[in-house]
Design a protein around this ligand. Structure first.
Ligand code: NZQ
Ligand code: ZN
Length: 380
């Protein structure tokens, strides 16, 4: 096992923590506050942010939608450049926080912003940024990843850079009270799949990473099973689980998969399927396709997370248990249950994967375009 691990994001967790914002951003810094379609205006989060920034010079940019597009984000980049902004604050879910990471990087880059997503420009510096999380799901509030779409070409690509790791993440579970049930389910499923992507690979004997991943999966399963019993503890547990699922810790020193995400991103870009729901479509089929390589960890998950008894088909039963968990949350595991164009979906996704160089996905680089096609044929 060999790894380098640091997570420098300061976490301000708990009720009332938005008030701590003022002390987290140096007073001399001019702040660009970025948010989405307006949920923060109706649930009191905006007012709390305004109160906390009372001593700061700040301006705002709104309208960053789900699966943020470069077309919208570039308008904020122009403002950040013109107004000589020093700090970018995202107030929202993964889309707003990912958007803020792009804005912070593009604000000090003079070339085409899409270069950042295509890897033509390697981000080594960015404006400092922070996050007020309103939707626990992605872990974006304390990681260095960002996913941005281009509406014009229906593409959705990611970049990672330590320079865009948030300086702080304010996580007040009370903000979740206004989340639609659909978004809460999305958050739970996304965090679940993030954990799986770093756990369901091959057995490396990493007792700490495996044990922590199993603790997160068991927590998420319990939260899912008690979805209709939401209280302060339920919300706090979901917010913390989703954060810990993708803050770099459980993936340190172990193999990582991420093929479900790469294929899922294409489904979102082409058919507008919610991010988490794209994962639930792809993952069961992908696990069945990769059963041979993932057998030992699937069996371990069956025993330790679902409490399944030993049998020769334990790995298959674990996949069925994952699928049943999604169905219990009323999450579809077939594209046909959404509005996707079934006839063309397989060809369209495979050709986008090819265009984006996604020809050897997974922990063993074993998911070629042929395997992706086979996975999709079972999943649509
Ligand atoms: O725009 P507003 O009005 O705020 O509404 C949002 C949005 O419509 C709403 N919402 C958020 N907080 C709310 C609320 N509504 C009521 N009350 C609140 N407290 O929820 C809707 C969805 O928000 P969004 O930010 O899109 O959801 P999520 O957090 O699931 O983020 C998804 C994006 O993150 C990317 C995904 O690909 C997708 O683009 N990901 C980012 C990752 C990362 N940076 O590490 C990893 C993930 O795997 C993922 O790919
Ligand atoms: Zn995800």
């Amino acid at each position: 096992m060999k790894f380098s691990y640091v997570n420098p994001t300061q976490i301000q967790f708990g009720q009332g923590q938005i008030a701590s914002l003022g002390a987290l951003i140096p007073k001399a810094q001019k702040v660009l506050v970025v948010y989405g379609g307006g949920s923060i205006k109706t649930n009191g989060v905006y007012d709390q942010v305004v109160a906390a920034l009372g001593d700061h010079d700040w301006l705002e940019f709104s309208g960053v939608g789900a699966n943020p597009t470069i077309e919208v984000l570039d308008k904020a980049v122009a403002i950040a450049k013109e107004q000589k902004v020093d700090f970018v604050l995202g107030v929202g879910g993964g889309s707003v926080i990912d958007g803020v990471k792009y804005i912070a990087a593009a604000a000090i880059y003079d070339g085409e912003g899409w270069d950042i997503l295509q890897g033509k420009h390697k981000v080594t510096a960015a404006l400092p940024l922070g996050a007020v999380l309103t939707l626990p799901a992605t872990g974006s509030e304390s990681n260095s990843g960002s996913v941005v779409s281009k509406a014009a070409t229906q593409e959705k690509l990611a970049f990672m850079a330590p320079a865009v790791q948030p300086k702080f993440a304010v996580m007040d579970p009370d903000v979740m009270k206004t989340l639609p049930q659909r978004q809460l389910v999305n958050g739970l499923v996304d965090a679940w799949v993030h954990t799986c992507e770093q756990y369901l690979t091959f057995n490396a004997g990493a007792l700490v990473q495996d044990g922590y991943a199993e603790a997160l999966l068991k927590a998420l399963k319990t939260l899912g099973d008690n979805f209709d019993k939401q209280d302060d503890a339920w919300r706090a547990n979901l917010m913390w689980s989703a954060n810990q699922a993708l803050n770099g810790l459980i993936g340190s020193g172990v193999a990582q998969d991420w093929a479900t995400h790469m294929i899922g991103h294409e489904l979102t870009a082409l058919y507008g399927v919610d991010h988490a729901r794209s994962l639930a479509i792809v993952q069961p089929s992908l696990l069945r396709n990769q059963l041979g390589a993932k057998k030992a960890k699937l069996e371990q998950m069956g025993r330790n997370v679902f409490g399944l008894s030993e049998s020769d088909d334990l790995a298959e039963r674990t996949i069925s248990a994952i699928e049943a968990f999604y169905h219990s949350l009323k999450v579809a595991t077939q594209l046909t249950e959404h509005n996707g164009d079934k006839a063309q979906a397989v060809d369209a996704v495979v050709s986008q994967l090819e265009a984006h160089g996604m020809k050897a996905l997974g922990e063993n680089q074993a998911i070629t375009l042929t395997e992706s096609r086979a996975i999709l044929e079972q999943a649509v």
